[in-house]
Design a protein around this ligand. Sequence first.
Ligand code: SAM
Length: 262
Amino acid sequence: MKIDIVTIFPDFFRGPLDHGIIRRAREAGLATIEVHDLRAFAHDRHKTVDDRPFGGGEGMVLKPEPIFECIEGLKVAPREGRIESRESVVLLSAQGKRFDQSVANELAALERIVLICGRYEGVDERVGQYLADRELSIGDYVLSGGELGAAVIVDCVTRLIPGAVGNQASTQQESFTTFSPTHAGDGPSSTCASGGLLDYPHYTRPADFRGITVPEVLASGNHEEIRRWRRRTALEKTLRNRPDLLNQVVLSDEDKKLLGGF
Ligand code: SAM
């Protein structure tokens, strides 16, 4: 996968792209990530990329010319050909569609994504209308720039590229992932895909930490008991922290029975 990031702060990405899974994926050639300095596409002496808003009002707006020029230089397919070329140009925006695990899966299946980071009061609307094919928001809050959002998307998408995570099955069993557990192989962990719920609780050694012990069932070796415990605790946690998710997943009869107990 090729990922291009367009920003006025290229140095921002030094940290996020140089650690853990992203770094390994880059080193293994699974992901090529390039950061482009938007100011390189400004032609005046001061490298101006922003201007005052038409109609008046607060702040500055990122100008369209440098962004169009930068993206055109990247030789991305025109908007109408991007499904075929398996590319997407994304504008980071608080006004965008919410980025979630299903959008991450969609992006991970592409060959190339371009992420445009806004700043100031935002980006000239023509970028969203004519250049980007989608606007994505990483949550219902306003950041001062799109860079953190781009880093979130790169992280989330990169770990879904086959081979990026040591045990790929684990990415299919996590919170929000609507995945059929039948793909995951045998054993208790692989039968506990979240199916769109939050993940179940995890524990590791020591079994007794300051008198707080790990649930006995996890050491029982009884795969069926472990599976039921994980499903029950995943349901419990989802009900407590994200009840909205329960309306979006298909619950089995067993799930409904377990939920009835809370
Ligand atoms: N005036 C805009 C509004 O009210 O929607 C906010 C602009 S914000 C200060 C500057 C830039 O940060 C945006 O152009 C966008 O690129 C980025 N940004 C802010 N919040 C974001 C979010 N929730 N998700 C993704 N990007 C965001």
